[in-house]
Write a protein that binds this ligand. Sequence first.
Ligand code: PBG
Length: 333
Amino acid sequence: MTFTPTLAPFPLLRPRRLRQNGWIRDLVAENRLSTSDLIWPIFVHDRDVAREAIGSLKGVDRLSVAEAVKEAKLARDLGIPVLALFPHLSDSIRTSDAKAAIDPNGLIAQTCRAIKAEVPDIGLLVDIALDPYTDHGHDGLIIGDKIANDATVEMLVQQALVLTQAGADICAPSDMMDGRILAIRKALEAAGHQDTMIMSYAAKYASAFYGPYRDAIGVKALKGDKKTYQMDSANTDEALREVAIDLQEGADMVMVKPGLPYLDIVQRVSDTFRVPTFVYQVSGEYAMIKAAVEAGFMDHDKGVLETLLAFKRAGASGILTYFARHVAELLKA
Ligand code: PBG
């Protein structure tokens, strides 16, 4: 927005007048965070244990399917609109061809069905990528010594179909293969799933901030890195190209990831495209805040709310955050 500065000089204008107490600050606040902005990522495991703590993500547990249904009820009661589901599978299920990713009775498909049977009015977002299913932890199939783009896309299409059939509302491809949005969109249309939404992880950076997540889904030792498919953190114009491509291929919403270190990208994407733009406050960001609080460097709730408001200020329509439940409880109180 551009405007002619017609601001009166001091003492006619004293900006502190509008900061003098809580009610006036609330009245003039430019941005607000609400529970309807939150997407809550949860981890589901295939073991017969209701909850299991994740060492690197204090306060986040891996859940059994039954426990995930309970969390879905809680989320619905708190007003959280969407859950994002991530699997932690036993090692024996992870293979080089990632075939468990397209199993109609796989863990995430089962979880979708179980949640939709009991909590039909909560949105379910599923991650479309192979990393929880491969024995090497990469998001794609490895052929020769490369991540094979087109063979991976074929798998992602099957994964999206299987999970949509199981009840997922939003497919969120997080793999960064080229052409996957178009392929998934065409397949969904052809199968009669014209209402299934796609939230593309459009600008996803190769980041050091995903460490705790890999622990959460049980990736032991990733061979190499993800730099041949995830974006270089040096780039910002490239993020706009990635978003443009995904929108042209049929994405309904886009995402920038990680969050705080990429706030400039969130702002550029939302300013440029004016489409629903989401941001993922990733596991390493969560863990960093927890560590700072534990060390006594920061107040937990103030720090968390400040980071989430920063995303809103940058133009995010909503935020994927492991703090979602806690923040929804805070906003309710
Ligand atoms: C991979 C995927 C990742 C996350 C979500 N989906 C990690 C990665 O790309 O290695 C990260 C989430 C987080 O760190 O909280 N498909």
